[in-house]
Design a protein around this ligand. Sequence first.
Ligand code: C2E
Ligand code: CA
Ligand code: CA
Length: 737
Amino acid sequence: MQRAQGRNDRFWPLATLAIILLGALCGLIYSVALHFDTVAREREEAIVANGLDGVVSEVGRRVIPQAIWDDAVRHLDNDFDAGWARENIGAFLTATADFDAIFVIDAADRPRFASTESAGSVVEAYGPYAAAAAPLVTVVRAREATRAAAVDTLTDYIQVSTFASVNERIVILSATLVQPDFGHARLSEGRAPILVTALPVDEAFIEGIGRRFLLRGLHVHNGDSRPEIDQAHVTLPSVVGESVATIDWNPQTPGSDLIGRVGIPLVGALSALTLLALLLDRRASAMAQGLVASEARATQLAYFDTLTGLPNRMRLLERLDQALEHLRRDPNATFAVLSIDLRRFKAFSDHYGHHMCDQLIREVGRRLALQVRAVDTCARIGPDEFAIVQPNAGASQAAAFASRLLEVMQGAFDLDISEAFFDVSIGITVVTDGAMDAGEALRQADLALSRTRANNLGSAYGFFEIEMDAAVKTRRALEADLRAALAKGELEMVYQPQVKAKGVMTGVEALVRWRHPQRGFISPAYFVAMAEECGLIGELGLFTLARAFEDSRRWKGIKVAVNVSAIQLRTPGFVTTVSALVKKLRVDPRRFELEITESLLLGDDPDTHATLQRLRELGFSLALDDFGTGYSNLSYLKQFPISKIKIDQSFVANLGSDEAADAMVSAIIRLARALGLSVLAEGVETEDQRRRLAAAGCTEIQGYLYSQPLPAAGIDSLRQAAADRHSTLRLTPAAAA
Ligand code: C2E
Ligand code: CA
Ligand code: CA
């Protein structure tokens, strides 16, 4: 909607501008064309006006041979001869030069001879012409009077020609002074006669002019008419400059012709181009909008979590940087960082899968987002981890905020499958030092979170303290030491016997030991978990397997149980690595039992199924360790290729003192029997415990009652001693003492 709006905002102003420009261009082309037409018309008019002058002169020149002639001097001046005049002047000029009125004027300017169509006397005939001819005669007489004595009359003849109107008829009137040509005749004293001739400017004459000058639609208007629109217009002037008539014609119009030929297609093409440009612009702006939108999407992806729509870790770190920057400027300021996670999320996720997790996380994000102020930043920074930066907050504000968050998270989460409740842990650090970096601030909050989670069962929040930091630093150092110890092969294996009824040793469990050069003995329960967390478990697992494989060669006839961490087992390629090791050390997998934990079986993951199945196919047997402490229930053990369960030592420890423990143990044993699984009880320390277990039907036991875990050589000695005593591998409780 907004985008379409944006496009319209630009389109119409542009379109209007384009139309205005196009209009201006058309106007310009039109005015240029008009200008061309005007220039062309004026040129034509000038040419025609000049041409008409020529025509008038030319008409006059037709009289010259008859006027500049010795015979004419003799017969019109020396001795006037009317008969000669009629024949050589009147008839001749009418016949050869189209004149329709010819007069001879004497020295006194009176008409002496007339040759016209009209009847009557010479004076009557000259009457209509007299007025028009008078100015011409005057000019001729004036030039006659000032003429030089010796001139070449053939070139310097005296003649005046002009347009004139006679009886509303347009004529070309000429007055020509009679003169000798070769000087055989001589004019008498005084003024010479004048020939006055009139040539009608009739239709035929006009047509002739039209043809000569290539003029279209040429026509004559008597008198001084106004020019007609779009027509060229020339006046036919009298000798005194008055307009006798005008002639009009249709002039050439090169400009209009050009518009007709080129202009219209040009304007069409320009309009099309303009339209195209507008459409292109529209498209380009749509594309630009699209780019902006996809850039915005990219930013959204880079800075925001797609599931919750909250800022992501990157954005959070940026906001942390800003808060730290503020601290550097204002040393009295403080801000808080809260790290938040859901307890039991992992188990929930294993059990219910991605879809439910997504639903849950979205709802958690929503609840958190509703609590933050505009200046706070609430981000999702891990699968079930959120963090909030609270600018301008000290410990008390952060604590109040945290308890409000715990409150809102307490309500039931209404998920597709059912309602769920989650405890929440919050770790808080209050940052006062601007020199810290963003990663460190977040790390402190995380540390406070782990500590809070470890120290509290339900929902709780806790603050980061310096000692906490020290503990973590120690742990970092320990991780590095473990890595080094693994690389140098400094870990050792011990083996704890597993015995059947009557003390027959049926197997040993391999247990890893690490003696730290400074800290002494470190519990595998601690460093195995650490190895899982810091990514060393693969290496550690491989080390224990390899040692157990090698040491097993010493003991024929008994099984060796090896603990395998769930994380190690879920690592892709685990089966391949194990079978390669089997080949390399040339051992028989049927002699080994892999101890796995219940948590591995949760979630019903098809890959885990496949891994366990393949291990089984290689020949390994599988035992379920610490049974009874986790979430699993016996009924779905059937789905896994497990052959043994190990009753956890916590039940064994309580046998005899806690009835529930007795009941639990016997229930486990009965169910295992029903499922065809063998049962081993671990952590058996007393004879009483052994008896109770035996009574409940558990005959295989492991514990200090028989033996502590021992180095391989210790197991050798035990076996030797037993063989010496009974020639069977029988242990007695006394052996452990
Ligand atoms: P676990 O697999 O349940 O091993 C049995 C633990 O109980 C061993 O502790 C063993 O020393 C101890 N134990 C044996 N008999 C008795 C008894 O009568 N009374 C009492 N109170 N304890 C007894 P340890 O060796 O400290 O190992 C602790 C845990 O560390 C093991 O529990 C196992 O989960 C893990 N672990 C040990 N070695 C390895 C290993 O090589 N690989 C893996 N992945 N985990 C190991
Ligand atoms: Ca074990
Ligand atoms: Ca165990």
